[in-house]
Design a protein around this ligand. Structure first.
Ligand code: NIG
Ligand code: FE
Length: 418
């Protein structure tokens, strides 16, 4: 079965060179064909081009076994790849949000037993079915906003049993959702109250018990540590990442959200796939990232929601780095998985051009979750994860007209979703 999308005003996010990421000035380049068509077969992108071409004329002569979709002058883009979320959670945290409005800092809220520990308490009593059902609804929501691949972390368990429960929920989501999902083990998200003053012992538990069990059930693709002031130190992170490496778990770490914590350098030292947040990034951190294979991932939703300083995205791109942007969808610091909103924040708050924002949320996001060989751009042989927009004037309208859903139709794995 083939799908032929025609009457496309602009087909954009094309990759002719099998680039796994875009960095520096390449981030401002977005290959586009106007008045285009896109052909999908057996779940893959097999052809695309101009509707004026001989190829298209030949295609329209033989439409047997082909579903035609009229894009109605909409744009077609590769689906967003959201490389950082915590979307399996048991309860929302809007009460703590009031504390934030009243001026309490993230750290103060965490010290009052709020924050991550609050989510962990709720997680402990939730059943696997409840968690699965609520997370599945969130996946459907982000799918309709254009996300086709998503990374999901554990980290609201903080006991072996509950961390495994979260990861099993993510495994079930992988089995049934049309989204491509990667799972990350984040036992080192916070120190549970019963380990206060005994942080080393909690790190021992992660290393000696959690990681081996996560690995034996093959529940995680990656391993994460919240390496930041007031949470886990670079030494803790060293120990945890070393243990993870023995089981083949590559790192994706939370770094430099609250201070210049050394998290970025630690991530680079372990060849992390990504380091995420990065509000506190200066020349030394940028230097460490240059010539590394680690993707810097900025999480605009968290910085916006918490009123944090914004990571120096322009400086990073100016230095020649790639930048990815992700939603950080979670109940505490970023209760939204809407990547169209992230695209708007990319330009409004971080001064990225629409082209840079689209690359940050598609191909670079794909790299940051290890799927850029098969997703993140329009290229022959890639998985057909694309969306068709409403008939909007052009790509700049996507970040500009913020807050509403500009997407008309979603196709994942070559299957029409709506
Ligand atoms: O990415 N920074 C650490 N972890 C999450 C916050 C999770 C929470 O507050 O529940 C984040 O923002
Ligand atoms: Fe996070």
């Amino acid at each position: 079965m083939r799908i032929l999308i025609h009457n496309i005003q602009e087909l954009t996010g094309i990759d002719y060179q099998s680039k796994l990421l875009r960095k520096g000035h390449e981030m401002d380049e977005l290959e586009t064909i106007t008045n285009a068509y896109l052909l999908i077969k057996d779940g893959l992108i097999v052809d695309f081009g101009s509707a004026d071409s001989a190829n298209f004329a030949a295609l329209t002569k033989n439409l047997s076994n082909t579903i035609g979709i009229d894009a109605n002058k909409g744009l077609v883009l590769p689906s967003f790849c959201d490389s950082h979320t915590h979307l399996v959670y048991a309860a929302s945290r809007e009460l703590e949000y009031i504390d934030k409005i009243k001026g309490l800092s993230y750290e103060e809220i965490a010290k009052r037993g709020g924050g991550i520990l609050n989510s962990a308490a709720k997680m402990a009593s939730a059943t696997e079915d409840e968690l699965f059902e609520s997370a599945f609804i969130r996946l459907e929501e982000i799918k309709n906003y254009g996300t086709g691949a998503v990374e999901i972390k554990s980290g609201y368990g903080l006991t072996t049993e509950t961390e495994l429960k979260m990861l099993r929920v993510i495994r079930r989501l992988k089995e049934v959702s049309p989204l491509t999902i990667k799972a990350t083990f984040l036992g080192a998200h916070a120190v549970p109250t019963e380990y206060t003053g005994r942080q080393d012992e909690y790190v021992d538990l992660i290393i000696n018990e959690m990681i081996p069990m996560v690995a034996s059930e093959e529940l995680a693709d990656y391993i994460d540590v919240f390496c930041d002031k007031g949470f886990f130190t670079p030494d803790d992170t060293d120990r945890i990442l070393n243990a993870g490496m023995k089981y083949g778990l590559r790192a994706k770490i939370h770094a430099n959200e609250l201070a210049k914590s050394g998290g970025i350098q630690t991530g680079v030292k372990y060849n992390a796939l990504s380091v995420d947040h990065l509000e506190y990034t200066g020349n030394e951190e940028i230097e460490a990232l240059l010539n590394s294979e680690t993707m810097p991932v900025i999480l605009p939703g968290a910085a916006f929601f918490l009123g944090m300083p914004y990571a120096p995205a322009r400086q990073m791109i100016g230095a020649g780095l790639p930048v990815a942007m992700a939603s950080d969808f979670n109940p505490g610091s970023s209760p939204s998985g809407n990547m169209q909103l992230i695209l708007s924040m990319a330009s409004i708050l971080y001064k990225l051009t629409p082209e840079e924002g689209i690359n940050a949320t598609t191909i670079n996001g794909a790299y940051a979750m290890g799927v850029s060989e098969e997703l993140g751009s329009i290229a022959k042989g890639k998985i057909a994860n694309v969306f068709i927009t409403k008939p909007i004037p052009g790509i700049a309208y996507l970040p500009y007209y913020y807050g509403s859903n500009k997407i008309e139709k979603v196709i994942l794995n070559g299957l029409i979703q709506n």
